[in-house]
Write a protein that binds this ligand. Structure first.
Ligand SMILES: [Ca+2]
Length: 178
């Protein structure tokens, strides 16, 4: 039931691009607003500090404007660690985009998952570690096919393979219908 209605919504959105945004709500028969939010909670498998570089430094709007080892972003305890950062959002949404603001050594984010209230996770990004010279770097990950509202995003960093140093996460944004 839920799957069918959301698929219809997705189809309507494509058709409505030409007709204008008002058509989306009318065709779907259900008004859903696009919600854009920054993470409000965070936990991690490790953190470099309890204040600076702590998991919670990945909550809120970005506050690191440079490419640097900066305590306003989350970093794992070891620069060669394999770690996971899990951020939570105050409103569960059917996701359409996840944006990860990486403030140091981008490219070692190897997996991103979205997680619903029941704990079911879906992989939305998976890639081998690589070097990205753009820094800071915003990873924009479009999400399609996830029809259940989600309120958590889990980010895996693999700093073991290339050993570029800490990959630091400044902020995480979730966009979706809620
Ligand atoms: Ca931050």
């Amino acid at each position: 039931m839920k799957r069918t209605s959301t698929l219809l919504l997705a189809g309507a959105a494509i058709v409505a691009l030409a007709a204008g945004p008002m058509a989306v709500s009318a065709t779907a028969g259900q008004v859903r607003a696009t919600v854009t939010q920054w993470a409000s909670t965070a936990t991690a498998t490790s953190q470099y500090g309890s204040v600076d570089w702590a998991a919670r430094q990945a909550t809120g709007a970005p506050n690191v404007s440079e490419c640097a080892d900066n305590g306003d972003a989350w970093a794992s305890s070891s620069s060669t660690g394999y770690d996971k950062l899990t951020v939570g959002f105050s409103k569960a949404v059917v996701p359409s985009m996840v944006r990860i603001h990486v403030s140091y050594n981008p490219g070692q984010v190897t997996m991103v998952q979205v997680i619903d209230a029941a704990g079911t996770s879906t992989v939305i990004y998976r890639k081998a570690p690589r070097k990205i010279t753009t820094c800071p770097y915003v990873m924009s990950i479009p999400v399609t096919g996830v029809t259940t509202p989600i309120n958590r995003v889990r980010i895996t960093v693999n700093q073991q393979k290339l050993r570029l140093g800490w990959t630091e996460i400044d902020a995480v944004q979730l966009v979706g219908q809620g």
